[in-house]
Ligand binder design. Sequence first.
Ligand code: PBG
Length: 326
Amino acid sequence: MDDLDVRPRINRWTKARRDLIFGPAIAECLVQPHFVVNGSGIDQAIPGMPGINRQSKDVLIETISRDFSLGLSAHMIFPVMSESEKDNRGTKAADDGMPLQSVVRDLKEKFGDEILLMTDACLCTSTDHGHCGLLEGKNIVNDLSVETLVGISLSHARAGTDYVCLSDMMDGRVLSVRRALEKEGFNSTGIMSYSVKYASSFYGPFRDAASSAPSFGDRSSHQMDVRSDYREAILEAKTDVEEGCDIAMVKPGLPYLDVLKEVSSRIERPVAVYNVSGEYSMVMGYANDSTQRKRVVLEILGSFVRAGADIIVSYHSREAIREGWV
Ligand code: PBG
């Protein structure tokens, strides 16, 4: 049996997955994002994102191990590549020897299923043009991009990720990745789809961190129009659910709480929200003492839960857990 599009057991496969998705406490919902670069001993601050660094594998493993010992067990990792590692097809993203895949293998060896790893499978960090898909002229071609995303996803699955995270917004990618995972026997590897992802102005600090800004144009031919109403959001989320995603995401968070509420009440899969880099930057610029930041962060995290989020991806996760705010 290797052709199931929907495998509800994936979200129940490990205790870490069950706690993240079904645990009612805010602390259980949190996912901490990280950025991994090639090299060793690298621990580089990111402008606008205090407390979030680009780290080489050795440093990142220490960081995540420390987070884990604080009780933060769900982590999302983004690969960051230098210009010399990029090409126009994003070849390195599917390379089993890259730091992202290697960090996943090492962390899974160290912590097994007690750690929950999510890995970003987009093309924007590995292509020299910085677009989330492959180009023909100035156009992002859908189906060819999906084929490449399948290759990247399989590489993450081989490394042992819990959830491949599809953040590209190409049509049909969930189905193609699901079918490929099935075919290769990865029937406990999950897919978290960035189902409802807007062409937002709140991703600026992330694009600096991941050096993934498009070299020309923007992302509006694939990410959702910020003016669109609920119909498009529901269509995107339902399509991904039918194609077999295990978690559907709404992104960004705060400007789209209403969409989050609508989506979470209308689909039958867990819903994640991404409290993105621009939202984090605003809070860090505003609330610079810890007492005030605690109140602000709790208010924001509480709003996500009230709007129906089962999972919250947030750069505030570490501080919230370390300081016992949640
Ligand atoms: C990659 C991706 C982006 C983010 C997550 N995955 C940037 C983008 O779409 O340009 C943004 C996350 C953040 O701002 O924190 N496609």
